[in-house]
Write a protein that binds this ligand. Structure first.
Ligand code: HAS
Ligand code: CU
Length: 559
């Protein structure tokens, strides 16, 4: 009898997100600690490019000089900062949007601990100059095995979040039959699905190739196979970085700007397209690689043009939402409404200027993707210019912008200075605008990337002018970063304690989820479509490489 009574009682679903808040806070803290060290390396690089060598005085802590610094820069900024931030941010956004905690809080803590132990393991060889192999760790460069094992653990940790999300969404679906997943949760889980499928590549590279090889269990490896598996993940990883920023642009920025999201169904279509099209295009990073058929390189190039479209949908949807906000705030005219956006809010300034620079980064991406033109820009500093606009601004500056409201929300402390935040955002815009423009220009004039230009005998006179302005841009960004960290440290230590923790709402929509076809919410269907295209676009090449691979290339320590 008792059990029947218990069953009849409506089950009260916990809405306590305290674990998720803690996890978001810890992950984001680790992320920004990594970015501080990684970012500092960037300043050393651009100074060295201009003949100011700080590597020599830094030798006691950075024995590997330029190349170790560059590896630390890449690994900490694009692997550690991004991954930890994203896992923290998505954990919180997903649960907040569903209004319930993750299905398993133990699994959620395990996610963090697996990732942190991986980070510690990888950091040891990285900081002791035993893994100076760049963030792409192409064989035959060979790092200490701890580096590979550590990074693999970080990735494996992220999978646990997906498991937890699936369990949580299933439970939510059971409690809300027939309802479509709320947009922020939908976007978060699609991002994690895309990412997890993509990691099959790098996980296979680690487990079957480089870990046994770095442990000395096998004598040699195959660089072409390793690079192909790396880029299998290495392209979609850029969307793993980007999509959380998009989640903010779609579901939070319209509200913060005083408006509504223009279209919920269009936003869902865009994310489904990312799930399908981000995965089968990694070979656009291998256009210059031998041993891969030109036909498949071309197919990947064509699909790369395909993945441009969900970003164009985003462009339209987000700008339409901003226009709605601007007009609601009293704005008029074709473009004059832009001035009625709340530019005094640092979260708005940071994210809108991030969008503006991203438009240029996106256009440059098309140049990269254009098979024959890629041969002009590949491995030149053009590419560094491209990814500083994309991951270095669209992603990093948006992530900073988000913390301007999220840190007060998580800690109950008021942001120390709004105007310093706004200044920081515009300095980043100016600094990165200069830096990336001149890096693109240098690339067109043949300056290689990932090269110790300061020590190169072939530096062209015409490069010096551009290098100087790239340095000015880099130094402005450095000031921007100092402003950011100062503001955050002051917020955490001196920020006014608020009587009530400021809550936040996701954006309302002009065209809502009720207009979205139900099929969009059937994730298994889209995962299947993604898997089929992925297999078609990759299997022939992987089989071909496996057929010809000799696995006899020994490792090299060239540093
Ligand atoms: Fe890329 C290389 C192609 C996007 C990151 N990319 C890289 C590397 C990185 C990177 C890190 O096809 C170097 C990797 C390495 O170390 O070797 N990329 C593209 C294309 C896109 C693209 C076609 N990349 C990204 C994103 C990244 C990223 C996003 C990080 C987050 N990329 C390539 C290719 C290579 C490459 C080749 C290999 C090159 C080589 O040879 O090595 C596109 O998906 C971009 C689409 C974007 C847009 C912009 C949409 C704009 C929006 C904002 C609108 C709002 C505004 C605000 C303007 C179409 C959504 C208005 C303001 C108001 C006030 C209203
Ligand atoms: Cu790519």
């Amino acid at each position: 009898m008792a059990s029947i009574a218990a069953r009849a009682r409506p089950v009260a679903i916990s809405t306590d997100l305290s674990v998720e808040r803690k996890l978001a806070g810890i992950n984001i803290f680790i992320a920004f600690a990594a970015l501080a060290v990684g970012g500092l390396m960037g300043v050393l690089q651009i100074l060295r490019y201009n003949g100011l060598d700080l590597y020599t005085p830094a030798k006691p802590i950075l024995p590997g000089g330029y190349y170790q610094g560059l590896t630390v820069h890449g690994v900490l900024n694009v692997l550690v900062f991004t991954t930890f931030y994203i896992i923290g941010f998505l954990t919180y956004i997903f649960t907040k949007s569903l209004g319930r905690p993750l299905a398993s809080s133990r699994l959620a803590w395990a996610t963090l601990w697996v990732m942190v132990s991986g980070l510690v393991l990888a950091a040891i060889p990285l900081l002791t100059n035993n893994a100076t192999v760049m963030f792409t760790f192409y064989p035959p460069l060979k790092a200490d095995s701890l580096f590979y094992i550590g990074l693999t653990l970080v990735v494996a940790g992220t999978w646990l979040l997906l498991v937890n999300m699936i369990l949580t969404r299933n439970a939510w679906k059971a409690d809300n039959p027939g309802q479509i997943t709320p947009l922020p949760a939908f976007m978060a889980i699609v991002t994690m699905l895309m990412w997890t499928i993509s990691t099959i590549g790098v996980a296979s590279e680690m487990i079957f190739l480089v870990i046994p090889w770095s442990l000395g269990l096998v004598g040699g490896t195959d660089p072409v196979l390793a690079r192909t598996l790396f880029w299998f993940t290495g392209h979609p990883i850029v969307y793993f970085w980007l999509l959380p920023a998009y989640i903010s642009w779609y579901t939070l920025v319209p509200e913060q700007a005083g408006g509504k999201l223009f279209s919920d169904p269009m936003a869902r279509v865009s994310f489904i397209l990312f799930l399908i099209l981000s995965l089968p295009i990694g070979m656009h990073h291998q256009v210059a690689d031998p041993g891969i058929s030109e036909m498949w390189k071309l197919v990947h190039a064509i699909f790369t043009f395909g993945v441009f479209f969900p970003s164009l949908l985003t462009f339209f949807n987000v700008v339409a939402s901003l226009e709605y906000a601007g007009r609601r705030n009293g704005g008029e005219g074709w473009l004059a409404w832009i001035f009625n956006l709340p530019w005094g809010k640092p979260e708005i300034s940071a994210q809108i200027v991030a969008m503006m620079l991203f438009a240029f980064g996106g256009i440059g991406g098309l140049v990269n993707a254009s098979y024959n033109i890629n041969l002009v820009v590949h491995n030149t500093s053009w590419i560094s210019g491209h990814f500083h606009l994309t991951v270095g601004t669209a992603v990093a500056l948006s992530f900073m912008g988000i913390t301007y409201w999220l840190v007060p929300h998580l800690t109950g402390r008021k942001l120390w200075s709004r105007s310093l935040g706004v200044t920081q955002a515009w300095l980043w815009f100016i600094g990165m605008g200069l830096f990336s423009h001149f890096m693109h220009e240098l690339g067109l004039r043949g300056m290689p990337r990932r090269t110790d230009i300061g020590g190169a005998p072939y530096v062209q006179d015409e490069w010096r002018f551009f290098l100087f302005f790239a340095m000015i841009g880099g130094l402005i960004m450095f000031v921007s970063a100092i402003f950011y960290y100062f503001n955050m440290i002051m917020t955490l230590t001196r920020g006014k304690k608020l009587a009530e923790v400021p809550d936040f709402n996701f954006a309302k929509t002009l065209s809502g989820p009720e207009d979205a076809p139900k099929i969009l919410d059937r994730l298994l269907v889209w995962v299947t479509v993604a898997a089929i295209i992925l297999i078609i676009n990759y299997l022939p090449t992987i089989l071909d490489i496996l057929n010809t691979a000799t696995f006899d290339v020994p490792g090299r320590r060239v540093w």
